[in-house]
Design a protein around this ligand. Structure first.
Ligand SMILES: *Cc1c(COP(=O)(O)O)cnc(C)c1O
Length: 388
């Protein structure tokens, strides 16, 4: 098919031209005396994106999933109790990983469409007077349902209970696109990945750990090797890595950090809010609903519920086959019930309007009764009124 495939999934996201070009490099010796000039500033600038001065940033040649494992296996001991609220496919997978790694996982089921219930988590932590819970696992942005949780609120709950548990946050689809403040929120382990807000291909787990977490790594007896933080600390202090780095990704990250910091993180967050808000106006104009309940709407991905009796998979396959647009599928519990529009990373008004128009065509072709142009009209009015 002539023309581009239009990628509107919440990861991997579109890679800007400048980043693609920056990755087109000959390989070089990662043990040369100049390699630290690349790596050390990357680790420093990552800290700016995580908003941490006291923590330490890490890059593993892996994905977000490995980031979950780094946090668990470097700081805890076998059999330790961890607490997690599960309300979508990613929080589910993190809980399953913790089980498979032999931790004692306390799972609290929440409605898909809601996020972490702050009152309940505070009550549960207060009840744990023996401090059996060693870590709280919080999914900041549940990509499966388009739900954002209040991580500052989780920190408040821990403080209100005077609870010493480590706070680990999955920010894979929020960091570098939705407000995230590691130090201010007392996050002990922040987990992100290259292929969402960082606008890179998959293959980089970008992490930051607090001093408290790094101290826990000193005494943790959990076996680990490839994902060992201490090996990274030792090699990184001289600007090197414990094994071969993903060199093109590092050059791409240099460019993507430059783009993010040049735009300014606050502007990046505001852009994502505004883009998301236009999509939300379109959804309302179609007469459809979001999977996210009010107050939990994500600025990086919107999950849209199709009417009863319709299959979201039809919408997605028509969008792809007929109009060359990639939309996100509903996962697991919401498979067939929702489709998702990713609006994270390298995105602007007109690109996203293409998605909204394409979705309208696919909805109409699927026999879903919407008024042609209604979503586009709602979004263009909002974008026009709010463009600078
Ligand atoms: C994409 C994503 C992940 C990690 O996925 P990988 O495929 O391992 O990079 C984890 N959590 C959330 C919330 C995600 O969106």
């Amino acid at each position: 098919m002539a023309g581009r495939n239009h990628l509107f999934i919440p990861g991997p996201t579109n890679v800007p031209h400048e980043v693609l070009s920056a990755m087109h490099i000959p390989m070089e010796d990662h043990r040369s005396p100049v390699f630290p000039k690349l790596l050390t500033p990357l680790l420093q600038d990552l800290k700016k994106v995580f908003k941490t001065e006291t923590g330490q940033a890490f890059i593993f040649p892996a994905t977000g999933t490995a980031g979950w494992e780094v946090a668990l296996t470097n700081t805890l001991n076998p059999g330790d109790k961890v607490l997690i609220y599960r309300f979508g496919q990613f929080s589910h997978l993190w809980a399953e990983m913790a089980k498979r790694l032999g931790f004692d996982v306390e799972i609290h089921q929440e409605t898909w469409g809601k996020g972490i219930p702050l009152d309940k988590i505070e009550a549960r932590l207060k009840e744990d007077t023996q401090h059996e819970i060693k870590a709280v696992l919080a999914t900041h942005n549940e990509t499966a349902t388009g739900v954002t949780s209040d991580i500052g609120g989780v920190r408040k709950a821990l403080n209100a209970a005077n609870h010493p548990a480590l706070l680990f946050v999955d920010g894979v689809s929020s960091i570098a696109s939705i407000d995230f403040r590691m130090d201010e929120w007392g996050v002990d382990g922040a987990i992100s990945g290259s292929q969402k807000g960082f606008m890179l291909p998959a293959g980089g787990a970008f992490l930051a750990f607090s001093q408290k977490a790094l101290q826990a790594a000193e005494t943790s007896t959990y076996p680990r090797c490839f994902l060992d933080l201490k090996d990274q600390v030792n090699a990184n202090k001289d600007g090197y890595t414990p094994y071969t780095p993903n060199l093109p990704l590092l050059y791409g990250l240099r460019k993507s950090l430059d783009l993010l910091l040049e735009e300014g993180l606050e502007n990046v967050y505001a852009r994502h809010f505004r883009l998301a808000e236009g999509v939300r106006k379109a959804v309302a104009a179609w007469g459809l609903t979001q999977c996210a309940q009010p107050g939990f709407e994500s600025n990086t991905v919107t999950a849209i519920v199709v009417p009863e009796g319709k299959d979201a998979k039809t919408v997605i396959s028509i969008a792809f086959n007929k109009y060359n647009i990639s939309l996100g599928a509903g996962l697991s519990e919401v498979a067939g019930k929702v489709f998702r529009i990713g609006h994270v990373g390298d995105m602007n008004d007109v690109s996203l309007l293409g998605a909204i128009a394409g979705v309208e065509m696919a909805l109409l072709d699927s026999g879903i009764d919407i008024k042609p142009g209604s979503g586009v009209a709602a979004a263009i009015e909002y974008y026009r009124a709010t463009a600078k």
